[in-house]
Design a binder for this molecule. Structure first.
Ligand SMILES: O=C(O)CCC(=O)C(=O)O
Ligand SMILES: [Fe+2]
Length: 347
C-alpha cells in the first residue's frame, strides 16, 4: 500500500460531499463473446480506468457461495482469541502471513488485518492459519477464482491502452497476489469513524469483496469522497500505483479509505495483483515519446516493501510520489497534486 495517511482530527475526516457513486458496472461475461462485443467491453473498461480508476464487475464467474464462504472464513478467523491471531503478528513485512491491528500500523485507524500471499496457492497455503478449519479451503478457492478475474481484466486494460492483450503476458501469469483480509468494528453511535485511512494500493489491480458498505473512493473531479455502491454479486475493482507507472500516467492510481459501518462490523478481502516480487515495473516504452516523457522510475514489489519498512513511522509516506521523475512540466503537476492533498487533509 502506498499510504497517504495523515494525522488529522476525527471531525476533519468527515465527508463533506458524500454521494453514492454511480460506478460503472462491467458485465465480464461479455469479454468472451464475439470480437465486436469484446471490443465494446474493452472500451468501457478503458473509459472507466481513465475517468475514475475504479468500476465494478458482475457476471465474473465466481459463485455467490464461494464469495460468501470466503467472507465466513475471514469473519471466523477474526473471532478467534487474540493469542491465536497474534501468533501471526510480525513487524517484518516480508513474512508470508502477517496479522496486525490499529495500534501498530499507521494507516489502520480501526482495523485488524491478516495479509498473506496467495499465488501460487500451493507455495503459500501451508503458511496460512489452520484455524478456523475452513480458512485454507474457503479462502483458497476464492483466491484462485479472483485471480482468474484479475488476469482477464488486466488483458482488457492492456488492450485498451493499445498494448495488446498478450503484452507482458508471462509476467502477469507469473505475478504475485497478496490478500489483505480486513475486519472493522461497527461504528459507535453518531460519529462517522475511519477504519482505514486514505491510501492507494501498490499493485496493478485490486479486487475487493466486502460484507457490507464502507469503502470510499476519492473522486478526482470533485475532490470529494464517494461511497462505493454495493450491488448484489458484484466485485469492486480499482487500479493501483503500478498501473499508473505502466501506463505512464494515462491511468491514475485510486486513493481510497474505509469508514466504519454504523449497522454492523465489516469484513473486506482485498486481492492485490502485481508482478512477481522482484520483477520491476516500468513505464511501457510504447507509451513514452517526446510529448509524453517517462514519468516514473521503475520499481518492484520488493522495492515497495523496502520503502514501507524505511518509512513505517512516516505518516506522509507515498510510494508513487517517490517514483515520480521531475521534469519542468511535472513540477507544476506535482504542485497541483500537493494542493489537492493539502485540501483533502486540511493541512
Ligand atoms: O476495506 C476496504 O473497503 C478497503 C481495504 C483496502 O483498501 C486495502 O486492504 O487495501
Ligand atoms: Fe487499499
Amino acid at each position: 500500500m502506498s499510504d497517504l495517511s495523515r494525522t488529522v482530527a476525527q471531525e476533519q475526516l468527515v465527508s463533506q460531499d458524500l454521494h453514492l457513486s454511480p460506478t460503472p458496472v462491467i458485465n465480464l461475461g461479455h469479454l468472451s463473446l464475439d470480437s465486436v462485443t469484446r471490443s465494446g467491453m474493452v472500451d468501457q473498461i478503458a473509459n472507466a480506468c481513465h475517468d475514475l480508476g475504479y468500476f465494478q464487475v458482475i457476471n465474473h464467474g465466481i459463485s455467490q457461495p464461494v464469495m460468501d464462504c470466503a467472507v465466513e472464513a475471514a469473519s471466523d478467523f477474526f473471532k478467534l482469541p487474540s493469542e491465536t491471531k497474534e501468533e501471526f503478528a510480525s513487524e517484518d513485512l516480508r513474512q508470508p502471513v502477517r496479522y496486525d491491528t490499529s495500534s501498530k500500523d499507521s494507516i489502520s485507524m480501526s482495523r485488524a488485518f491478516l495479509k498473506h500471499y496467495a499465488h501460487p496457492l500451493s507455495d503459500w497455503v501451508q503458511y496460512w492459519p489452520e484455524k478456523p478449519p475452513i480458512y485454507r479451503e474457503y479462502i483458497g478457492k476464492y483466491a484462485v477464482e479472483v485471480r482468474r478475474v484479475a488476469l482477464q481484466l488486466m488483458q482488457a486494460i492492456l488492450e485498451g491502452l493499445g498494448l495488446g492483450k498478450e503484452y507482458l503476458n508471462g509476467k502477469f501469469q507469473e505475478g504475485s497476489q497478496l490478500l489483505s483480509v480486513n475486519c472493522y468494528p461497527k461504528a459507535s453511535q453518531d460519529a462517522m469513524a475511519i477504519g482505514l485511512a486514505p491510501h492507494s494500493d501498490y499493485g496493478f489491480l485490486t479486487i475487493l469483496l466486502t460484507s457490507c458498505r464502507g469503502l470510499e473512493v476519492l473522486d478526482r473531479s470533485s475532490n470529494s469522497w464517494k461511497t462505493a455502491q454495493r450491488l448484489p454479486h458484484a466485485l469492486h475493482v480499482h487500479v493501483g500505483d503500478h498501473m499508473e507507472v505502466l501506463s505512464n500516467g494515462q491511468i491514475k492510481t485510486v486513493v481510497h479509505r474505509a469508514v466504519l459501518n454504523p449497522e454492523e462490523s465489516r469484513i473486506s478481502i482485498a486481492s492485490i495483483h502485481g508482478f512477481e516480487v522482484h520483477e520491476k515495473v516500468a513505464c511501457a516504452k510504447e507509451l513514452v515519446d517526446e510529448q509524453n516523457p517517462q514519468k516514473y522510475k521503475e520499481s518492484s514489489f520488493s522495492d515497495f516493501l523496502d520503502y514501507l519498512t524505511a518509512n513505517m513511522d512516516n505518516k506522509h509516506r507515498n510510494f508513487l510520489e517517490s517514483l515520480r521523475m521531475l521534469t519542468g512540466a511535472m513540477i507544476f503537476e506535482k504542485a497541483d497534486r500537493a494542493k489537492v492533498y493539502c485540501h483533502m487533509f486540511k493541512y
